[in-house]
Design a protein around this ligand. Structure first.
Ligand SMILES: Nc1ncnc2c1ncn2[C@@H]1O[C@H](COP(=O)(O)OP(=O)(O)O)[C@@H](O)[C@H]1O
Ligand SMILES: [Mg+2]
Length: 261
């Protein structure tokens, strides 16, 4: 079966200036693939390039075996969902309203995240960060995507919520065959659920493999982070590896449903 998503020699960047180079990457239906790398390594640029938000400078992207140059809205119609670093919820709307807009199947969203049920009349802007991210993921999955690109699944959230979100994308892959590519800072936690991993360093994939293969090569993974790191690594309360990352401003707008605080 062809990959849901395949990059061959793909490069992209901003204003003609390449940032990620010669990427070869694939995600199959039912796979959860993690994209790791230090702050500034090019993870977001890669995700935006795959989504069609940034133009290819070289190489190609294929979705289900078909090479594409389509923009995001056309890829979205083909079943590709993008969640950018900013939480994709309407902050002034209630949870109920959020679950009714944008081809979202509210019943499905609540099946996936029953914890949102009691919050339905609350404005999204008044939810905790974890609840907002659950709403974001619920909305993305309730549109029944075939491919889910998720930039910073759980940045800044509590360990229990991190696990809840990672388990939810794992279930989407296992139960519905969604091909998931996720940027996640909680490396150790993600390694327990991912099928495969790519590590970016200065815009290039320097390591790829299964979590077991990476565990055997932990020093190289650490090296990729240290080589790029502009901020020191930090450790979360549950002793998971978590590399700090900052928001990058000035990038192109993502999907229409940008959250406003
Ligand atoms: N809108 C932009 N214009 C120009 N350069 C950018 C833009 N956004 C990011 N970059 C640069 O691209 C590189 C990779 O950034 P990014 O993909 O955001 O990394 P990551 O998501 O891994 O932290 C960085 O050097 C960053 O400064
Ligand atoms: Mg980023």
């Amino acid at each position: 079966m062809s990959a849901a998503l395949q990059l061959d020699g793909f490069s992209t960047g901003y204003a003609g200036h390449p940032v990620v180079h010669d990427l070869n990457l694939e995600v199959h239906p039912g796979e959860v693939v993690a994209l790791f790398g230090a702050n500034g390594a090019g993870k977001t640029t890669t995700i935006l390039g795959i989504a069609g938000e940034l133009p290819p400078h070289a190489g190609q992207i294929s979705l289900f075996g078909q090479s594409t140059k389509a923009r995001l809205h056309r890829r979205a119609r083909g079943g590709l969902a993008l969640v950018t670093e900013e939480r994709s919820v309407f902050m002034r709307m209630t949870v109920r309203q959020n679950l009714l807009v944008g081809r979202c199947d509210a019943k499905r969203a609540l099946e996936l995240f029953p914890e949102l049920d009691r919050l339905q009349d609350r404005r999204a802007g008044l939810l905790s960060g974890g609840e907002q991210q659950m709403l974001t993921l619920a909305r993305a999955l309730a549109r029944r995507p075939k491919i889910l690109l998720f930039d910073e699944l759980s940045l800044g959230l509590a360990p229990l919520v991190v696990t809840r979100l990672i388990n939810a994308v794992r279930a989407a892959a296992d139960d519905d065959g969604v091909a998931v590519l996720v940027v996640e800072q909680h490396i150790q936690r993600m390694l327990r659920s991912a099928d495969r991993v790519y590590v970016l360093q200065r815009g290039r994939i320097v390591i790829s493999g299964t979590p077991d293969e990476l565990a055997a090569n932990a020093a190289a993974v650490e090296g990729a982070y240290l080589a790029d790191a502009v901020v020191p690594a930090t450790t979360t309360a549950d002793d998971e590896t978590c590399v700090a990352s900052s928001q990058t401003g000035g990038r192109p707008q993502g999907p229409t449903e940008k959250g406003k605080t």
